[in-house]
Design a protein around this ligand. Structure first.
Ligand SMILES: Nc1ncnc2c1ncn2[C@@H]1O[C@H](COP(=O)(O)OP(=O)(O)OP(=O)(O)O)[C@@H](O)[C@H]1O
Length: 289
């Protein structure tokens, strides 16, 4: 039996519509399933944990990256496979995994039941499934998640969020450790630490990231003026930022970040708290369909 965990409020109610479509197909083909609707933040993790203990065939998240993050947190370290039907505003994990945005096709992939073990990472008592970041990107995620406009603007809310955060943002000095090697960076805007290339509604922030290679990819943006930061932003969509003089790329298994002034952090677009923080790869710890 498969269990579907549906966030009906994801993607401005897209979760509700996507589920109606998926349910119609399941019923039409007489495929057995159970469905649970999330009622609050964190609920999807509780449901997924219970489902894994009950040894179900698969747990399927229907929602955005936040729902995926919560379901993944409930399944990581177990053998229970996770399916994903995207229905959020950003859907960056789906983009990275080539999971179709069409619910019918995404469901078809789940029904094929081909399991692929992927990496996750421990980050301050939570688990990151695809991507995390500190500084500017996390401030944008925080602003976007609070904005009533998220319901209406879809992916473009991340661009508008970035413009809104830009003016008031003050870069700071950061001490970054990658597998014990220490880098001191001045004027840091953001540090992204990822298993998958995309975040922020399709920005290709770590183009080389592969989520079953046992490594975390790191992108640090530092010592650029506000105008330079703004001008490099469009290049991030096609990964063209990596050779910019203000960008440093790293790869490692354990990353620690300390900053002179506290910087906010996010995992899979969900707010985490502030620096300092430590991120440790968990190789092939999640079964993905
Ligand atoms: N019933 C609910 N009411 C309010 N919030 C909920 C409910 N169920 C889940 N949530 C929360 O909704 C938040 C947003 O979900 P999610 O990220 O899946 O959608 P999204 O923000 O539209 O998509 P994306 O992250 O891809 O932009 C998550 O933090 C989740 O915990």
């Amino acid at each position: 039996m498969r269990i579907f965990i549906v966030n009906r409020v994801s993607g401005n109610g897209r979760g509700r519509k996507v589920w109606a479509e998926v349910q119609r197909i399941l019923d039409g083909r007489q495929i057995p399933y159970r469905v649970k609707f999330t009622e609050r933040r964190g609920h999807a993790t509780e449901i997924a944990r219970c489902a894994a203990r009950a040894d179900v065939e698969a747990v399927v998240a229907v929602g955005g990256d936040g729902t995926l993050h919560e379901v993944g947190n409930g399944l990581v370290g177990t053998e229970t496979p996770m399916g994903y039907i995207p229905a959020g505003s950003g859907n960056d994990f789906a983009l990275a995994q080539s999971i179709p945005s069409d619910p019918n096709q995404a469901l078809e992939r789940i029904l094929k039941h081909r399991i692929h073990r992927v990496d996750t990472a421990d980050i301050d008592g939570r688990v990151m499934i695809g991507f995390s970041g500190i500084g500017f990107d996390a401030k944008v995620a925080e602003t976007v998640n609070r904005s009533p406009l998220k319901r209406w603007l879809g992916k473009s809310i991340y661009f508008f969020g970035a413009i809104q955060v830009l003016a008031g943002f003050r870069p700071t000095r950061v001490s970054l450790q990658v597998d014990g090697q220490c880098y001191k960076y001045e004027g840091v805007w953001l540090i992204a630490v990822t298993n998958t290339p995309y975040y922020g509604g399709g920005m290709n922030i770590c183009p080389q990231a592969v989520n079953d290679d046992g490594f975390l990819d790191v992108c640090c943006v530092k010592e650029v003026t506000h105008m330079q930061f703004l001008s490099v932003l469009p290049a991030v969509y096609h990964g063209g930022h990596v050779n910019h003089p203000g960008v440093r790329m790293h790869r490692g298994k354990r990353i620690t970040i300390q900053s002179d002034t506290p910087l906010v952090a996010h995992a899979d677009g969900e707010n985490l708290g502030n620096t300092p923080l430590s991120i440790q790869i968990r190789p092939k710890s999640l079964s993905l369909l």
